[in-house]
Design a protein around this ligand. Structure first.
Ligand code: URA
Ligand code: URA
Length: 195
């Protein structure tokens, strides 16, 4: 990891800029590949994540890993996974605008330093905080958007898929687009059993 990323990680792990610091067990930097591939941005750590200090390890994370596996993607090789907010909001409530704004400089620095070719915005919270509050996940998911010159695609959050399995099929269509784009931009020989 570059010294700049190590510094950001240390700042995140010891951050006390908002009240979430008082109730968290672990602040979560994120994990995965740090080299200009795919960055996945979720909402905030939940209970399992807070206890383990890793992103997306609960039910949503297990579903996310299945989708990634079907795309031929792994956390080690293809994606870096992090969140809008690095600490768990009590009872998994949606992060407040103040919490999201306070935490945003960390994410912007991560994006700058990792320089992903593709950004996946996982769910409404990631879409709204990255692209603007007027954006709507149900209308815009599966469409490529420009985030200050970077290529991004909003998709449904895996928690939404768990609540409403009918969203799984459109989400798979969205991830197929991501695999095609990955072949164009990162690795033309990328292998996936299903795409
Ligand atoms: N949901 C999220 O948005 N992020 C996590 O890390 C876990 C669940
Ligand atoms: N609502 C959300 O918050 N996220 C989704 O992905 C879909 C509906």
């Amino acid at each position: 990891m570059s010294t700049e990323l190590i510094l950001i990680r240390e700042q995140i792990l010891s951050c006390t800029k908002c009240d979430l610091a008082q109730t968290r067990s672990h602040a979560i930097f994120g994990e995965g590949n740090l080299h200009e591939k795919i960055m996945i941005i979720g909402e905030a750590p939940g209970r399992d994540e807070d206890l383990q200090g890793r992103p997306f390890v609960g039910k949503s994370g297990q579903l996310l890993d299945k989708i990634l596996a079907a795309c031929g993607f792994t956390r080690d090789e293809h994606v870096f996974i992090t969140n809008i907010v690095k600490c768990r909001p009590p009872n998994n409530r949606v992060p407040s605008p103040h919490e999201a704004t306070t935490c945003m400089p960390y994410l912007l620095k991560q994006i700058e330093l990792i320089n992903p070719k593709i950004i996946i915005l996982l769910g409404a919270t990631a879409l709204k905080h990255m692209a603007g509050q007027e954006h709507r996940i149900t209308r815009e998911r599966g469409n490529w958007i420009d985030l200050n010159g970077r290529l991004a695609i909003p998709v449904f959050h895996p928690a939404a898929l768990l609540r409403n399995p009918a969203l799984k099929r459109p989400t798979w269509e969205d991830f197929k687009k991501i695999v095609f784009k990955y072949r164009q931009l990162v690795d033309p020989n990328h292998k996936s059993d299903y795409v």
